[in-house]
Design a protein around this ligand. Structure first.
Ligand SMILES: Cc1cc2nc3c(=O)[nH]c(=O)nc-3n(C[C@H](O)[C@H](O)[C@H](O)COP(=O)(O)OP(=O)(O)OC[C@H]3O[C@@H](n4cnc5c(N)ncnc54)[C@H](O)[C@@H]3O)c2cc1C
Ligand code: FES
Ligand code: FES
Length: 477
């Protein structure tokens, strides 16, 4: 069944909007149409958290609460979900939610501009966890900035929730919301609003039919990159095909020593899975944007964006991942052949990323390091990744890749050549790092100068050597 009407739950009722503007953000809808102005606009690019809202999603008969940035999410993407705004936390009679109470009690707010966003991030954390340690709290709040109160009272407020038993109004209404969410099971959506069209098919078969008729349409996954064309570049996107309702794209398996990640899998879900195989992949993902970004952003979106500083890309290059394409033509492309030039890939019109296959190396050591100006919620200046097989102190195989060092993320082939079949010694590595100058010609930009980038790239390779040699993680925290 196809419909032009999106359905979502707000305040325990189903809301319907026919043919909404596909370029309108949830933030603008909430503030300008619903006239609920608790949710704030700070940066309008996903970086400050002032616009954080929570979406309730039905997963295995349970509601999962996802904090997202409303400023970079298009309105039709709330189809089939529960929309929770800061105003909705207060119970009938004005009783504050435990999270709001904690913020008051611990003086977590001054000017209050950032406060609704903090409250919503804390609310999602409160609903999705049973207890809250430093790691959970820091991660939950990593996408929210405050410029007056400072973080200590806010973190104290979050810690105090450990003593509060969750018996809030969302528990009271859970049964009702679950049944409403089941009622609005996502259908195929096809929206026409003036010159703009938006499609959200439910299956790959439907997707392929839409692609055939609209090969120029842009794919939307998490929208954490695409939406900025509207909110920052002030462009209009005329045709969007959302991949978010296609269950066949949301999967992770381990098959025959290979992990396969579906294009629609969120980075947060991927992060939890990859940890068992490649700890440093998980460490990099923990510093990727924020929870709000990783709740919706996907690995396929990161690959298709093809940014020279895309964080997963040097890691996938060092691991020799393969990109599985579908659509107009089915293809398997090794990732080191996928990036052509600045933000250009081998994806053709009408082709989409179906999945990514990542080999599992049982004997290898895998390391990855991200250097950025801010620890969290910041994009890399340089990101280096290393995949090494050592046998009897000889380097049998080595794959090295960097982001931020050239117009595409790429392997350091000359450096690799100088290390392969050599002894695993400091002297050899000191000699090899000079080859990075043959592999890369980095640029100067506002993130870093070219000389800084080269120096950092060399240091990261040495750091990798020292960590492997000393079997010790060298981190400055
Ligand atoms: C505040 C903020 C912080 C960020 N931090 C980081 C960071 O730390 N590290 C980092 O690497 N990036 C970061 N990004 C960039 C962004 O999150 C990533 O590029 C992200 O992975 C994009 O994924 P997405 O699913 O949101 O893609 P979308 O925005 O939906 O799409 C991005 C591009 O990929 C195309 N596309 C999407 N899915 C497919 C598919 N299946 N097949 C073919 N094409 C497809 C789209 O058409 C579009 O051109 C950040 C962005 C923001 C706003
Ligand atoms: S307004 Fe800053 S993250 Fe949305
Ligand atoms: S209280 Fe003012 S920015 Fe946080």
């Amino acid at each position: 069944m196809t419909s032009n009407t999106i359905e979502f739950i707000l305040n325990n009722k189903i809301h319907r909007i026919s043919n909404p503007d596909p370029n309108e953000t949830i933030l603008n809808f909430v503030r300008l149409k619903l006239k609920k102005t608790g949710t704030k606009e700070g940066c309008a690019e996903g970086g400050c958290g002032a616009c954080t809202i929570v979406l309730g999603e039905l997963i295995n008969n349970n509601i999962q609460y996802k904090a997202i940035n409303a400023c970079i999410a298009f309105l039709p993407t709330i189809n089939g979900k529960q929309l929770i705004l800061v105003e909705d936390l207060v119970s009938e009679g004005g009783k504050l939610h435990p999270v709001q109470n904690a913020m008051v009690k611990f003086h977590g707010s001054q000017c209050g501009f950032c406060t609704p966003g903090f409250v919503m991030s804390m609310f999602a954390m409160y609903k999705n966890n049973k207890s809250f340690n430093d790691e959970i709290i820091n991660e939950a709040l990593s996408g929210n900035l405050c410029r007056c109160t400072g973080y200590r009272p806010i973190i104290d407020a979050a810690k105090s929730l450990n003593k509060i038993i969750d018996n809030d109004k969302f528990i009271k209404y859970k049964k009702k919301i679950v049944s409403l969410l089941k009622k609005i099971k996502v259908k195929n959506i096809e929206i026409k609003n003036e010159n703009k069209k938006y499609f959200a098919p439910k299956t790959i078969i439907e997707l392929k039919k839409i692609i055939k008729n609209h090969p120029e349409a842009k794919f939307l996954s998490g929208g954490t990159d695409l939406s900025l064309e509207v909110t920052k570049a002030r462009k209009e996107i005329e045709k969007i095909i959302s991949l978010n309702s296609i269950k066949e794209l949301d999967f992770i398996y381990n098959k025959k020593n290979e992990i396969e990640v579906g294009a629609g899998t969120s980075l947060l879900k991927f992060e939890k899975y990859i940890k068992k195989y490649y700890l440093d992949f998980d460490s990099i993902l923990k510093r990727y944007g924020s929870v709000q970004i990783r709740n919706v952003g996907t690995i396929a979106g990161n690959i298709a964006t093809a940014s020279p500083i895309g964080d997963t890309l040097p890691l996938l290059l060092a691991l020799d991942a393969k990109i599985i394409l579908d659509g107009k033509k089915k293809e398997i492309i090794p990732i080191n052949k996928f990036f052509i030039s600045y933000r250009k890939t081998r994806l053709k019109k009408g082709q989409f990323i179906f999945s990514v296959k990542i080999p599992i190396y049982k004997k290898n050591i895998f390391k990855a390091y991200k250097i950025s100006k801010r620890f969290e919620d910041d994009i890399s200046s340089v990101c280096g990744s290393f995949n090494i097989e050592i046998d009897k102190n000889r380097i049998k195989k080595i794959k090295i890749a960097y982001g931020g060092m050239s117009e595409i993320p790429k392997r350091a082939k000359n450096t690799e050549k100088s290390l392969i079949n050599s002894n695993f010694t400091e002297k050899i590595f000191y000699k090899a790092i000079k080859n990075l100058e043959k592999d890369y010609k980095p640029i100067d930009d506002m993130r870093a100068s070219k000389s800084y980038r080269m120096e950092v790239a060399k240091n990261l390779l040495m750091k990798c050597f020292l960590e492997v040699k000393n079997k010790k993680i060298l981190r400055l925290n």
